[in-house]
Design a protein around this ligand. Structure first.
Ligand code: MV4
Length: 666
């Protein structure tokens, strides 16, 4: 076995590989970009080397540097994870030439699967079932047109070197063919530098079922059941599960044996995935083969009890597969969801920013969290914004779904918008529960998946207020920043103490009037008076609202610029409120006096302030944009602008000083 390996990746998969390597007593070398200097994978590794600036092309794609670091650090092998260099044949070849083991398939297998048409040719010869179609080399218009007519409609044009749905066009009838071909070719040329096309019969309601295969260098090859990855969005998997629901053991065996045939046809070695389209009538067709460990491998691990990274390391070190086909047993059901920093209500726009609060469900026999981040880490714009994979296991699919829903409730993230709520909507959807799966699932159930936000806002509002009140009541220590002077002006001596708490939710501002009596609060909300008591234990708020006792988690992120964000987590929903503390509107004395900082990562849109000019309180000095929203940075008081540090178009980081400002002497 290797004594030391290098992990040429970042995030959760780098952490995942290091985890198993350490269990096997293997030392790990991490590599990282400037953006990842303090990342979890770097801290988990035994040593780590800087690759370069944040963009992948300057860091995680620098194969030359990575191989040099492997040599220099004495790593005997490189694990590429997924993405980045994992399916790059020149990288695999360069490793080989440098005498470093590439933990993946032989170069020839990557090459063979690199083109869809070449792959189909090989699979046809090996007797693996294919969707009827054309995958030949003759790409003349006339021939393709004739093939199109022969194959029949609907049909799908696919770019031979395509991926992610690019260069793909559905042709419903013959008249559409010529235009569809031209536009698919253009897209393929632009996207992959090659416009070779293939034509297939289009299956309108297929399931995506893939088989995990493994082969060693001694001629053994096995399959480790299947995964159903039908629930996708724009060719990104969202939920994966194993085994595939309503899939018989006869179907498993037939597809498994076809997958092993596919692997053997290309002299495969290591972990691979053979993707199939599974049609409504039970027939299945080879789609493509992924020559790497996949994101969704944990569901296979959960139902087989095997560690696939361990298998990869054993095979790469020349050992035989740990199990023969007959020894691979399946137990129970596993489901994985991909937790992303993205906004489902805004076309799943990727989100960036700081994970100001991060609580994961407790890991145990039933729940697994694969992640590369910790609280206060930044989701940067440079890489895939996946925060974690949440995987659950139980004896049956129904129980696994129940586990998943509970685990999603226990996953609490503030600071960036996530898809957690959307994942809950998917998991609890009646059609998902009924396993009515096909690749159109999300489109088909658009209406019910994106139901209007629920109406627990008022409850969240009161809970946020109670949290603030309880925090302020808590014993003040030197490190407690929520000092009571902020509130003192609101309280009256010798009468029922009352205080106003202003909370902003989106555009909506609410003023809550709170009376504090001996044992409880009376809060005016939506014209009603609500009797409340509350108790705060860390981030857990137990409250009685009228006759309802409830327990929620709350986080508070102190931001002296925009006001603090109070996040109330009610089931899987997060309700954010901006709470304007006094500090937010005053310029503090001390070190930060006069410094105006960026409230988040973003871009400067306009600069109004001029160095040396006098401004009035409230004048806009700088406008910046972040996540499609504009923010005005205003003068907190009358004063003088000493210096402006950025110009329109500049990128700024959260907390960066934008303007040096001196308030006018009182
Ligand atoms: C298909 C298909 C229907 N019929 N091929 C999408 C990505 C690419 N790798 C292959 N894809 C498809 N190929 C035929 N002949 C439907 C898809 C497809 C799809 C497949 C798996 C998972 C999600 C999908 C979403 C849309 C289309």
């Amino acid at each position: 076995m290797f004594r030391k390996i290098l992990i040429a990746n970042r995030g959760e998969i780098a952490c995942r590989v290091i985890d198993t390597a350490h269990k096997l007593g293997i030392r790990c070398v991490a590599v990282y970009s400037e953006a990842d200097a303090n990342a979890r994978h770097v801290r988990m590794a035994d040593e780590a080397y800087l690759l370069g600036p944040a963009p992948s092309k300057d860091s995680y794609l620098r194969s030359d540097k990575i191989i040099a670091i492997a040599k220099q650090s004495g790593a005997e092998a490189i694990h590429p994870g997924y993405g980045f260099l994992s399916e790059n044949e020149s990288f695999a070849k360069a490793c080989e030439e440098a005498g470093v083991v590439f933990i993946g398939p032989p170069v020839g297998a990557i090459t063979a699967m690199g083109s869809k048409s070449a792959a189909k040719e090989i699979m046809a010869k090996a007797g693996v079932p294919l969707v009827p179609g054309y995958h030949g080399d003759d790409q003349s218009d006339d021939l393709l047109k004739a093939e199109s007519a022969r194959i029949g409609y609907p049909q799908l044009l696919k770019a031979a070197y395509g991926g992610g749905g690019k260069g793909m066009r559905v042709v419903w009838k013959q008249q559409e063919f010529t235009d569809a071909l031209a536009s698919a070719r253009r897209e393929a040329k632009a996207g992959f530098g090659n416009d070779k096309m293939l034509i297939e019969r289009y299956l309108t309601k297929p399931r995506h079922i893939e088989i995990q295969v493994f082969a060693d260098s001694h001629g053994n090859a096995v399959y480790l059941a299947e995964r159903d990855c039908s629930i996708q969005r724009r060719h990104q998997k969202v939920i994966e599960e194993a085994p595939a629901p309503n899939f018989s053991s006869a179907q498993r065996q037939a597809m498994g044996e076809a997958a092993v045939k596919a692997a053997k046809a290309i002299d495969y070695r290591g972990a691979g995935t053979v993707e199939f389209l599974f049609d409504e009538d039970g027939s299945f067709y080879f789609m493509e083969m992924n020559t790497r460990l996949q994101v969704e491998h944990p569901v296979t691990e959960m139902i087989t009890g095997q560690d696939l990274v361990k298998w990869q390391l054993l095979v790469a070190a020349g050992e035989t597969l740990p199990l023969a086909q007959d020894d691979i047993q399946l137990d129970g059901h596993a489901i994985e969801v991909r937790v992303y920093a993205e906004d489902p209500d805004n076309d799943f726009l990727p989100q960036t920013g700081k994970l100001t609060y991060l609580r994961q469900p407790e890991a145990n026999r039933h729940v697994r969290v694969d992640t590369g981040v910790v609280e206060n880490d930044e989701v940067s714009p440079f890489y895939d914004p996946m925060i974690a994979k949440l995987i659950v296991w139980d004896e049956s699919r129904d129980r696994a779904i129940a586990r998943m829903l509970r685990a999603l409730d226990d996953y609490r993230i503030a600071g960036v918008t996530t898809n957690l709520s959307f994942l809950t909507s998917l998991t609890e959807h009646p059609a998902f529960k009924a396993a009515e799966l096909d690749t159109n699932f999300i489109n088909k159930h658009q209406q019910s998946l994106f139901a209007p936000a629920n109406k627990e806002n008022n409850q969240a509002l009161v809970l946020a207020a109670l949290y603030i009140l309880q925090q302020q009541k808590a014993p003040q220590t030197s490190c407690n920043s929520f000092s009571p002077w902020q509130f003192s002006h609101g309280w009256r001596m010798n009468e029922t103490p009352t205080v106003d708490i202003a909370l902003q939710h989106g555009e909506h501002k609410t003023l809550l009037k709170v009376q504090q009596l001996q044992q409880h609060y009376v809060i005016d909300v939506a014209g009603q008076q609500l009797c409340c008591t509350a108790e705060l234990n860390g981030d857990e708020l137990s409250a009685v609202l009228g006759d309802h006792r409830t327990k929620v988690r709350v986080s508070r992120y102190a931001d002296t610029f925009n006001g603090d964000t109070i996040s109330v987590f009610i089931k899987h929903q997060r309700y954010d409120f901006i709470y304007q503390t006094e500090v937010a509107t005053e310029v503090e004395s001390g070190d930060h006096a006069g410094s105006l900082t960026a409230p988040m990562n973003g871009t400067i849109v306009a600069v109004m302030a001029k160095a040396g000019s006098t401004v009035n309180a409230g004048d806009t000095l700088v406008i910046m944009e972040a996540m499609k929203m504009e923010y005005s940075i205003k003068a907190p008081k009358n004063g003088v602008v000493n210096e402006v540090f950025y110009a329109a178009g500049d990128l700024v980081k959260d907390g960066a000083e934008l303007v040096d400002f001196s308030p006018e002497e009182a």
